[in-house]
Design a protein around this ligand. Structure first.
Ligand code: GTP
Length: 339
């Protein structure tokens, strides 16, 4: 089975981190998001994938020069301009000469979905597309989907007005598609699968869906990115780790932590240095960053090579970019872009 993995978005909600690192190369519990996505697909029989890229494509090519990610052989389809989700799937599918049932997934979704079962339902219904739905408490921020008893989608509304959502099941970003999908998207056209293609399929009664409440998170916001990490540290999600957990923290090779520092519920990347009396709680500190003496870091993501000055305070889903310097005693909160 082939998969198209969408990794071409700008990742604006994770700026400034994503100004230099594409979102899917950010590590979740020490392993780049794209590897976690492809390992999961590989466990359900995906053996080839096409990365649908546009933004910072060279970063992927240089990170995986042998073209193998998470055990899957990948090829790279680089869009000349951003084509939106449907245009991107078409561009990648055509470049990989896909001519049979395939998967398309958002590259920032961390899930334990039973992909095998999703494919089986797709085939049994003779569907043109079958999408994974997950139940959430606040469906308004997503594409909300209603189905009949047979799983035929009867309504697909992207970001409905408050109180008008037809269900609490949302489009979870994993699709099984037939090659006829490509005929619905004109060549070199920017088009959205969620806003244009799926609503048309609903009208033509060719779109099916499966509700699966397995672990799922869209790791595209600061809060969700942190949660994708802490869910693994606290055992909510069980996946391989690239090191041992010590006191609820994952400390990767080469990191050095002062004996008087406190680190809980956090990931410290390779060669991170944590100074005397510093506190790091429910945070992610990426490779080579330095946390100054007595600095307090709570619910924050620190970019690779960043330097946090002594006595600084970071909190509230704050993001610090790669190699950024935060002065001594500075206070940074990311509360405004936490959602
Ligand atoms: P934000 O700017 O923070 O909304 O992030 P994003 O740009 O990643 O957008 P979003 O999270 O809605 O995208 C969902 C998935 O589709 C992600 O895996 C993106 O990388 C991918 N994506 C979004 N737009 C495009 C596009 O035009 N081309 C390609 N190839 N992928 C895209």
């Amino acid at each position: 089975m082939q998969a198209v993995v969408l990794v071409g978005g700008l990742g604006t909600r994770l700026r400034p981190l994503t100004e230099t690192i594409p979102k899917q190369l950010l590590p979740v519990a020490g392993v780049p998001m794209i590897e976690r996505v492809l390992e999961q697909l590989s466990s359900h029989g995906v053996d080839r994938a096409i990365l649908s890229m546009g933004y910072l494509p060279a970063a992927f090519v240089s990170a995986y020069p042998d073209g193998i990610i998470g055990g899957v052989h990948v090829s790279f389809a680089i869009e000349p301009v951003a084509l939106g989700t449907a245009g991107a799937i078409r561009f990648a599918g055509r470049s990989g000469s896909i001519d049979e049932t395939f998967l398309a997934v958002n590259g920032d979704v961390m899930t334990d979905l039973d992909v095998t079962a999703l494919i089986a339902v797709h085939r049994s219904k003779g569907a043109e597309a079958t999408i994974h739905l997950t139940p959430v408490d606040d469906p308004g921020r997503y594409g909300v989907v209603a189905c009949d008893a047979a799983g035929l989608v009867t309504s697909f509304v992207e970001k409905p007005e408050p109180g008008s959502a037809p269900s609490n099941n949302i489009n979870a970003g994993t699709y099984v598609l037939e090659p006829s999908f490509f005929d619905r998207v004109p060549d070199a056209t920017t088009m959205s699968v969620e806003r244009e293609v799926f609503p048309r399929m609903v009208h033509e009664r060719t779109l099916y869906a499966v509700v699966d409440a397995s672990y799922w998170i869209d790791a595209g916001t600061p809060r969700a990115f942190l949660q994708a990490n802490t869910d693994i540290l606290d055992g909510t999600r069980v996946v391989p780790l690239p090191g041992a957990l010590t006191g609820g923290a994952l400390v990767l090779e080469g990191a050095s932590v002062s004996a008087s520092a406190r680190v809980t519920g956090s990931v410290l990347g390779r060669d991170v240095r944590v100074g005397d009396g510093a506190s790091i709680v429910d945070s992610v500190v990426l490779e080579g960053a330095t946390i100054g003496d007595r600095a307090s870091v709570t619910d924050a993501v620190i970019g690779p090579g960043a330097v946090i000055g002594a006595d600084a305070t970071l909190l509230g889903n704050c993001l610090i970019g790669a190699c950024e310097h935060v002065p001594e005693r500075a206070r940074r909160s990311g509360a405004a872009k936490a959602a």
